[in-house]
Design a binder for this molecule. Structure first.
Ligand SMILES: Cc1cc2nc3c(=O)[nH]c(=O)nc-3n(C[C@H](O)[C@H](O)[C@H](O)COP(=O)(O)O)c2cc1C
Length: 249
């Protein structure tokens, strides 16, 4: 059986998780960690495999996701690890996730870095994952399923991992467009949005863009000169299409 653990505020990692799980074949379950510890019972037994898949934030696994992945007990089962990043770079994130899986007690079989539309600057890798991305990811999972234990040190990245820089941008609600339905507050992974006033607590917001993804009236967005300026430079620097990178035995 395959147990797929994923964290996915803006839903691109979820797309990869679903496609890879379907391609693995046989019994499987998707375990969504986006809102904290999962409520689904999972019990890894002999012969099972886990897929741990996470977005990349500032070249690392988001701290909230890393804490949740650390709570999984692998007790000798196989694991495949994957990260999804917004076409800039994944830096040390894939190595970090493989290290977490090994510390959980998994035997890491394969690792892959995949690309998706950047949730903060959606003009970068716009529309990805596309059909080609998903074909690579599904082929990868089929090969990884039959693989032996890999050497984690062959995964790109450095230890100590890079220090994640703070992202100074926060989405806000446009008052004219907001219908005050409160879905943003209910869906925010860190509880940063007040359910009554819908104001964002900047100290809790991790800029994950969940509020933008779930807002049916497109009221939640990034605004301001800083966003426009940084966005222009970021898009220019990261417009060249990057391709998935796979690490197997
Ligand atoms: C706070 C933050 C930091 C990010 N840092 C990076 C990064 O270092 N490199 C990169 O290529 N993409 C980066 N991204 C883009 C995400 O990795 C990308 O949009 C990913 O698809 C998000 O996954 P999700 O849709 O499952 O939430 C960052 C996104 C956020 C919100």
């Amino acid at each position: 059986m395959l147990h797929t653990f994923f964290f996915s505020p803006s839903d691109t990692t979820r797309k990869y998780a679903k496609a890879m799980t379907d391609a693995f074949g046989g019994d499987s379950q998707l375990i969504d960690l986006t809102h904290g510890p999962c409520e689904i019972e999972y019990d890894l037994v002999d012969g099972d495999t886990a897929l741990l898949i996470s977005p990349v934030y500032a070249g690392r696994i988001p701290a909230m996701a890393a804490d949740l992945f650390r709570q999984i007990d692998g007790h000798g089962m196989k694991a495949i690890v994957a990260v999804v990043y917004g076409n800039r770079d994944y830096d040390d994130a894939l190595l970090e996730l493989a290290d977490i899986a090994a510390e959980d007690g998994f035997e890491v079989m394969a690792a892959g870095a995949f690309i998706a539309q950047h949730c903060i600057f959606p003009n970068v890798a716009n529309g990805r994952p596309d059909a080609s991305d998903l074909a690579v990811a599904t082929d990868f999972i089929k090969i990884a399923k039959e693989s032996g234990k890999m050497e984690i040190s062959t995964i790109k990245g450095n230890r100590p991992y890079k220090k994640p820089g703070a992202v100074p941008l926060r989405p806000r609600a446009d008052k004219n467009e907001c219908r005050t339905c409160g879905v943003c507050a209910r869906e925010c992974p860190t509880g940063a949005i007040d359910p009554v006033t819908l104001a964002t607590d900047k100290s809790k917001c991790i800029t994950c863009c969940r509020c933008i993804t779930v807002c049916g009236s497109h009221a939640r967005k990034f605004k301001g000169i800083m966003y426009a300026t940084v966005g222009k430079i970021f898009c220019a620097q990261n417009s060249k299409r990057r391709e998935p990178e796979l690490f197997l035995r």
